[in-house]
Design a protein around this ligand. Structure first.
Ligand code: GP9
Ligand code: MN
Length: 425
């Protein structure tokens, strides 16, 4: 029912955080690249193995003056993994408690997603990925989100040696995406989804340029090798941006979608991090993933605000000078002084600068000890905030509530307008 929207709208109003005006519109009219770093955890930034930086190119971007980097940014995915990350980033809606909303609701629901929003700002929008179009139901969901183009595996020259794991190797994928990127009318909004740094972290010998770790856990040890390979592919891509001049006219956004090493590998994580008894608290802290915004002339630096994937869309829209005050978004501008720093995980756990909740245990985020100073009311307050936002977001998706919502200045997407079939002409 359309009246179900009332409680959602009330929540939006009560929790609205006005975006940071200092950054409003600084990227207006720029091309946008969203670079998906598969399974990339924040700890890899500046991490050394075998006396070498594992990811020198990303490290360099992280520390550049014109990169706004976040070191307390968390992934918030559930079972939908990559799909949940995509959903959160481009809709500011949470993934569902079970399954992947892109699969269960992507074809039929109404969305007010980043590609549609940017399209209506005069942008060309495209997603690129070297796997089959049907994975995570992207080929249908992207129509609902208003993507003009979806370049998936059949748009790329295929050779047996080009593939590993879930699709094309990142270097080949990014190199061969260039021909399409260059044809996009500007300004464009382009999302590039890498995949080589995906479990089980296998890579052909020729592309291995650092030794495996020696944790004694074979599912973990290849992670540095595929992360290094992903990093090199980013280095090559940034060189290409420079060569084309696109580096001067684009905002490049990087994010890690979710953990690479799951909490089944605490012993190995203990070896990698030097944390003695790597526990549930540590596992929650290690849900940090990169979020970096790189743009010529941007006032950058490492920002310590706590936030997560749900906050990306409002943050980017503010930079792009798009007013989203009337949109239904569960995150808020990471640069807003009013931004809430309680970061929800999909299971109701959360992290904040002071408190981390895992299961029924509340820890002090600063020292990892169980926090006995919190009153029952304080606990309930934080915990309720998290469960409320999750369940309201679920209500939006399960009830397909955005079909009733007509924000001013936004035209509903007609899926029939989109086709991603490759023309033979
Ligand atoms: C495959 C890819 C992997 O197309 O995006 O998704 P994941 O397994 O990480 O959810
Ligand atoms: Mn993924």
């Amino acid at each position: 029912k359309s009246s179900d929207l009332d409680s959602i709208q009330k929540y939006m109003k009560d929790n609205y955080a006005a975006p940071n005006v200092e950054y409003s519109g600084v990227a207006k009219g720029k091309n946008v690249f969203i670079i998906h770093l598969e399974s990339f955890q924040q700890y890899l930034i500046d991490y050394k193995w075998d006396d070498q930086e594992v990811t020198p190119n990303l490290n360099k971007i992280y520390h550049q003056n014109d990169t706004l980097s976040f070191d307390n940014f968390f992934n918030q995915v559930g079972q939908g993994k990559t799909a949940d990350a995509e959903l959160m980033l481009e809709n500011s809606l949470f993934g569902l408690p079970q399954g992947a909303a892109m699969v269960t609701d992507g074809t039929t629901n109404t969305f007010q997603a980043a590609p549609a929003i940017m399209d209506q700002q005069g942008y060309t929008t495209a997603s690129f990925h070297g796997d089959v179009p049907s994975f995570w139901n992207r080929d249908n969901t992207y129509k609902s989100w208003g993507y003009d183009y979806f370049f998936s595996s059949n748009y790329y020259k295929q050779k047996k040696s080009y593939n590993v794991g879930y699709g094309m190797k990142d270097k080949i994928f990014l190199r061969d995406s260039a021909q399409y990127i260059q044809q996009l009318p500007q300004p464009f909004y382009a999302k590039l989804i890498t995949v080589t740094n995906h479990y089980p972290y296998s890579l052909d010998k020729k592309n291995q340029s650092i030794s495996k770790t020696d944790t004694g856990d074979s599912t973990v040890n290849g992670y540095v090798q595929t992360a290094r390979y992903l990093d090199q592919s980013i280095g090559e891509f940034m060189d290409w941006l420079k060569a084309t001049g696109l580096d001067k006219t684009s905002m490049v956004v990087f994010y890690g979608d979710h953990y690479g090493i799951s909490d089944n590998h605490k012993k190995a994580m203990s070896k990698i991090t030097g944390i003695k008894n790597f526990n549930d608290f540590d596992n929650a802290q290690y849900q940090r993933v990169p979020f970096m915004i790189h743009m010529d002339g941007l006032k950058g630096g490492v920002n310590h605000t706590y936030g997560g994937e749900i906050d990306v869309l409002p943050t980017l829209l503010n930079l792009l000078g798009v007013n989203d005050k009337n949109m239904i978004q569960f995150g808020s501008d990471l640069l807003s002084p009013q931004h809430s720093q309680i970061v929800a995980f999909r299971n109701g756990d959360f992290v904040s600068p002071d408190v981390t909740k895992v299961g029924s245990t509340y820890y002090n985020t600063k020292n990892g000890k169980v926090d006995k100073s919190l009153s029952a009311t304080q606990k309930a307050q934080m915990s309720n905030r998290v469960t409320t936002e999750l369940s309201l977001s679920d209500r939006v998706i399960n009830g397909d509530l955005l079909r009733f919502y007509k924000p001013e200045g936004f035209a509903t997407v007609d899926k029939k307008d989109y086709s991603y079939k490759k023309s033979t002409a």
